[in-house]
Design a protein around this ligand. Structure first.
Ligand code: MMA
Ligand code: CA
Length: 201
């Protein structure tokens, strides 16, 4: 155990020492570039951040570049087929299934996301795209809080953007969930109905 740790430590130390001498990739074309650090004016900062020998650094650059390229092709295909919609850093997707609120949330979370919670008009339009595509109302990732009439996103943040239909929300504590209509407006609604599942990632 001791020898194993000692060995790991020695290798790491050797790599770092070598690195100190070798890591100055002349054109900063290595991993730093991919990580978006190379653009910095401060060359010293760049050199200190590099932890890999130059050849390995450039190899990693190629590997990451290739992964990035292949992922962006897949995203293009999925977007083309209407399977995903991207707004800024967010990605929306639907499995086309209509289930109650708890089940919809569960399937989003199982997939590593959460229920779609539009934070601005553009995101609302993206979610609406799925509502129209399936012609089904959808649950949003928003719930009424302990304070009746106050709605919060399910990760507990206050809502800075809302798109209530006229005279909504009107449930006064009896409609704890929120659905999106086919015109993109929102209605507070019971959580036990079957509504389209739209997730965000
Ligand atoms: C239904 C129900 C409510 C909604 C009203 C609007 C009658 O109740 O969907 O949530 O506010 O319709 O008329
Ligand atoms: Ca309502």
């Amino acid at each position: 155990m001791f020898f194993q740790s000692f060995y790991t430590f020695t290798v790491l130390a050797a790599l770092l020492v070598t690195c100190h001498a070798l890591c100055r990739c002349p054109d900063n074309s290595g991993l730093l570039k991919i990580l978006g650090i190379a653009g910095k004016d401060n060359l010293k900062e760049q050199q200190q951040l590099s932890v890999l020998p130059c050849s390995l650094d450039n190899k990693m650059h190629n590997v990451f570049g290739n992964v990035e390229h292949r992922l962006s092709r897949l995203e293009g295909v999925l977007a083309l087929n209407g399977k995903i919609k991207e707004v800024g850093e967010k990605l929306f997707a639907s499995n086309g299934k209509e289930v109650n609120f708890a089940s919809a949330l569960e399937s989003c979370e199982k997939a590593g996301g959460t229920l779609a919670t539009p934070k601005n008009e553009e995101e609302n339009e993206a979610v609406l795209g799925f509502v129209k595509q399936y012609n089904r109302y959808a649950y949003l990732g928003i719930k009424e809080s302990e304070n009746i009439g106050q709605f919060k996103s399910i990760n507990d943040t206050t809502l800075n953007y809302t798109n209530w239909r006229r005279q909504e929300p009107n449930g006064k504590g009896t409609e704890k969930c929120v659905e999106m209509y086919t015109d993109g407006t929102w209605n507070d609604k019971k959580c036990s109905l079957n509504r389209l599942t739209i997730c965000e990632f």
